[in-house]
Design a protein around this ligand. Structure first.
Ligand SMILES: [Zn+2]
Length: 183
């Protein structure tokens, strides 16, 4: 489990907006619309408190997974990067922890993620999108996940990137779009 002691705990999630519906959506009698984006923004921003970065670059993430039985589950993640240079054992991005969290909570599908951090241009391409999108390591990880039909990460999984300072407009892309923009 990657959820640290003292992390925010959630009950069964029942708050997924209409726009999260895609071919992986499973109707559930417990499904209700409330919360919407704002609460997931807040969860993602709150998770930055658990992040650790040698350069103070803290990233928090939240997400929604769906189990085979149609139950919605809250997903959480945060980044850790111990030192400058190559990634070491234990260095993980918030996106990677969200995928791990989905697996540990038996989610077949990740419908959506929210990633809160400071705006930066893309590390590999220099692309300026206002907010920072998933890094080159995440993109490699996404490609590996998509080759595995059992992965909860899907082409349609939507990732919302949020400026933790609230200045830039959030941007939202599917995994497929991210890989197309920055491959
Ligand atoms: Zn990354």
């Amino acid at each position: 489990m990657h959820t640290p002691a003292g992390a925010i705990t959630f009950g069964s999630i029942e708050m997924v907006g209409r726009r999260q519906r895609n071919r992986h959506h499973r109707p559930s009698p417990r499904f209700r619309h409330f919360g919407e984006d704002a609460i997931f923004h807040r969860y993602a921003a709150d998770m930055r408190a658990h992040a650790r970065s040698y350069r103070g670059y803290r990233v928090g993430g939240s997400g929604v997974g769906v189990t085979a039985g149609g139950k919605y589950v809250q997903l959480l993640g945060y980044n850790t990067k111990a030192a400058e240079g190559p990634r070491q054992h234990g260095d993980l991005c918030a996106e990677m922890r969200l995928i791990d969290d989905a697996r540990s909570k038996a989610s077949d599908v990740i419908l959506e993620m929210w990633i809160a951090h400071d705006p930066e241009s893309d590390d590999a391409t220099g692309l300026e999108l206002g907010v920072k999108i998933s890094c080159v390591h995440c993109r490699t990880c996404f490609k590996t996940e998509l080759r595995n039909p059992g992965s909860p990460l899907k082409r349609e999984t939507r990732i919302n990137f949020i400026d933790a300072n609230g200045k830039k407009t959030p941007r939202s892309f599917t995994v497929e779009q991210i890989l197309r923009i920055c491959s």
